[in-house]
Design a protein around this ligand. Structure first.
Ligand code: FAD
Length: 381
């Protein structure tokens, strides 16, 4: 029998493998990754620097041990170049391998802005352990760090790096931090907390060009202001990796399209994690991929199981202003009701029939997370 094959050793790929092994200890299992396959927790990357975490110390389980624990063959540094759904095969360059069932857990790529200038290719992003290694090397003799993007990850990096001794500037085209994810009062509370740390904010502007100078880089913004930097980090968002699936003829929109069973448009091919779109939803966070992994594993083991998503609040790792956010569905009608002041805000999103549709809590109010989560409707029932 050909092995069940998982593409990707991120949280999605490895969680499917773990869940599958709880149900079937012995079915042939092969996991393939373009990287080194060590198991690590990606969310740690945006608050690792201040804790002086090296890439090595972020590895939770080395790949050899993962292979043993999972009773799986793990092929590392192996970039899958083609999938042939009809033949149930895939290619790693010239090599062709067969699968019984295939799981795509191939993640997402950082979005690159189309900027001009001589140093555009020097912009860094941190989306895996290798990126983090490069980032740490770049920070070695740096002082001035410019972060593009004041979403969750950009704000987390700003909160991590400024107290570690860097001079951080945060730039975003939006007028406030965390964009449309939170009501204004929350964005302002976070901005105030970051400014109190010493972070400089440039909001309502974008970067036009990045050029090399004798001492580092020069960024020119859309209002013609100029900033100098030693390191430039882009945190403007991720785009699901869909190329392989699209080339194989699978249905792809913003992400790889899957149904409630995480099944793609091709027979015996499933997908989950940052690469997918489930019922139109792209949710690049840990909790959704955990639910998806449990469902896929059951389906692979022969018990066809749809995914359900409970309410899944996200903790923003900004200790200067602790935040937990459970954003309302974009299609949901309603209004924010904001209470509290300073750093301690409770923002509740109510529908016209007074149903709680989402919430954001900051400061001391984050203690209300569990109680409010129970009141929320599931994301996918
Ligand atoms: P990835 O971890 O990207 O794994 C993709 C895998 O696919 C890799 O092993 C890659 O090598 C492999 N691959 C891709 N293409 C190929 C190919 N062609 N051939 C072979 N292998 C291939 N979420 C939260 O819920 N809370 C947080 O606090 C949080 N913080 C975050 C902080 C940062 C800095 C980042 C970047 C993300 C954060 N997230 C957070 C999001 C969360 O980490 C991701 O949703 C999750 O890790 C995605 O896992 P994944 O397995 O889908 O993708």
């Amino acid at each position: 029998m050909h092995p069940i094959t998982i593409i990707g050793t991120g949280l999605a790929g490895y969680t499917v493998a773990r869940e599958l092994r709880k149900l079937d200890k012995n079915c042939p299992l092969r996991i393939i990754t373009a990287d080194d396959g060590h198991f690590y927790s990606k969310p740690m990357l945006s608050n690792a620097f201040a804790q002086n975490k090296t890439p090595e110390s972020l590895v939770i389980t080395p790949v050899e041990q993962m292979a043993k624990q999972l009773n799986a063959e793990i092929l590392t540094q192996s970039n899958i170049t083609q999938i042939s759904p009809q033949q149930h095969t895939f290619h790693i360059n010239e090599k062709s391998l067969e699968y019984s069932q295939l799981v795509l857990a191939s993640g997402a790529d950082p979005i690159r802005l189309p900027l001009s200038g001589t140093a555009v290719d020097k912009v860094l992003s941190v989306n895996n352990l290798i990126d983090y290694t490069h980032f740490r090397v770049a920070l070695w003799d740096a002082k001035r760090v410019v972060i593009m993007g004041a979403g969750l990850i950009g704000c987390e990096f700003a909160n991590d790096l400024q107290p570690a001794g860097f001079t951080v500037t945060l730039i975003d085209l939006a007028p406030q931090a965390l964009g449309r994810l939170v009501p204004d009062a929350v964005g302002l509370a976070l901005q105030q907390a970051l400014q109190n740390l010493g972070v400089t904010l440039h909001f309502g502007k974008a970067v036009n060009s990045i050029d090399s100078t004798d001492t580092g880089y020069r960024l020119t913004l859309t209002d013609n202001s100029v900033l100098e930097a030693d390191v430039i980090l882009s945190a403007i968002g991720l785009r699901p990796r869909t190329e392989l699936a699209a080339a194989a003829g699978l249905s792809v929109e913003r992400g790889i399209v899957v149904d409630r069973y995480l099944k793609t448009s091709a027979e015996d091919i499933y997908a989950l994690g940052d690469c997918v779109q489930v019922e139109g939803l792209i949710l690049p966070f840990v909790m959704p991929l955990m639910s998806a992994a449990r469902a896929v594993a059951k389906t692979l083991a022969g018990q066809s199981t749809p995914v359900t998503y409970p309410a899944m609040p996200v903790v923003v790792k900004t200790p200067a202003c602790p935040i937990v956010v459970s954003p309302p569905a974009t299609t949901l009608e309603g209004k924010w009701q904001v209470e509290g002041e300073g750093q301690d805000i409770r923002a509740l999103f109510y529908t016209p029939t007074r149903q709680l549709g989402g919430f954001v809590l900051t400061g001391t109010k984050v203690a209300e997370k569990n109680a409010l989560t129970k009141e929320l409707p599931p994301v996918l029932a």
